[in-house]
Design a protein. Structure first.
Length: 134
């Protein structure tokens, strides 16, 4: 059973809103990090999920897009949203923007998009349409 496009894109919008909400908080009380750099894993995990849901919605909206193009678009969208998120944090009291955070966002987005592309390839019934010649 296929979920409707509106539902899929609603999940993407909800995830975007959650990221924006937490980025808007001056002080996040997440407790003590288990190890140095743990926050980078958190960034990567959040953007992995975001990019997977974006890929999921994108693939349903444009079924002939192709896995590779879908992967590129989702990874690019996640990286751009990560850049926006970092710029947004520059204007939040007590928060800073960091290139290392953006790199973690981009890595997570790329991995999430790649995982979705791999899932599409291995799913029964998924017919990949060839991309038109450039």
């Amino acid at each position: 059973m296929k979920l409707g496009l509106a539902l899929r894109w609603s999940v993407v919008v909800a995830g975007t809103a959650v990221i924006f909400y937490f980025s808007s908080r001056s002080h996040l009380n997440l407790g003590q990090a288990a190890f140095e750099g743990a926050d980078k894993l958190e960034h990567a995990a959040v953007f992995l999920v975001w990019a997977w849901t974006f890929s999921w919605a994108l693939a349903a909206t444009f079924p002939g897009l192709g896995k590779l193009r879908g992967l590129y678009l989702a990874a690019l969208a996640g990286t751009l949203y990560g850049a926006f998120d970092e710029l947004h944090q520059r204007h939040v009291l007590g928060r800073t923007a960091a290139l290392a955070d953006l790199a973690a966002d981009a890595a997570g987005a790329l991995l999430g998009a790649a995982l979705h592309a791999a899932r599409r390839r291995n799913s029964p019934g998924v017919q990949e349409q060839p991309s038109p010649p450039a």
